[in-house]
Design a protein around this ligand. Structure first.
Ligand code: AMP
Ligand code: ZN
Length: 146
């Protein structure tokens, strides 16, 4: 599907809903998040509807990060408060995805801004090499199928 009329990001890309745009090319569009974590919080969105990363091809996926990197560097030079940047994708509801048109968040950060990742109890205990190797093997087995 090129465009989904029920998708807010498709409507923004088609200029049927308002947004504050910062970048657009033939593959992706970037605009301000309506509910910014910090001023300057941007979204990089494929122009073609793709509900998840699995529907984004290599060319589009890599271009999202190319543009995200460019925007991260621009934020640092913009005069906005930006001592660091988080780039992240929420892929799937369990990962926090709420808009099902895949997108890359570009979030300017500064110390004490109150944003952060919540780690589960026991996180800092680490894992044994045997467990890490077993998990690595499961992922490798899938990669080798392709
Ligand atoms: P996620 O939870 O990763 O799916 O992120 C969706 C993001 O889209 C949230 O940060 C929302 O604030 C943002 N968002 C939702 N609707 C709009 C909109 N109309 N314009 C700009 N950003 C939006
Ligand atoms: Zn869409």
């Amino acid at each position: 599907m090129m465009s989904d009329p029920s998708c807010i990001f498709c409507r923004i890309i088609a200029d049927q809903a308002e947004a504050s745009f910062v970048y657009r090319d033939e593959t992706v569009t970037a605009f301000m998040d309506i509910n910014p974590i910090n001023p300057g919080h941007l979204l990089v969105v494929p122009n073609r509807h793709a509900s998840s990363l699995g529907e984004v091809n290599d060319e589009v996926g890599s271009h999202m990060f190319v543009v995200g990197r460019k925007l991260a560097l621009a934020l640092r030079r913009s005069g906005l408060r930006c001592d660091g940047v988080n780039l992240f994708v929420a892929d799937g509801a369990a990962a926090g995805q709420t808009v099902f048109h895949s997108h890359l968040h570009v979030v300017p950060r500064h110390a004490g801004d109150g944003f952060g990742f919540h780690f589960p109890p026991g996180y800092a205990r680490g894992a044994s090499r045997a467990d890490l190797d077993a998990v690595a093997n499961r992922v490798c087995a899938v990669l080798e199928e392709n």
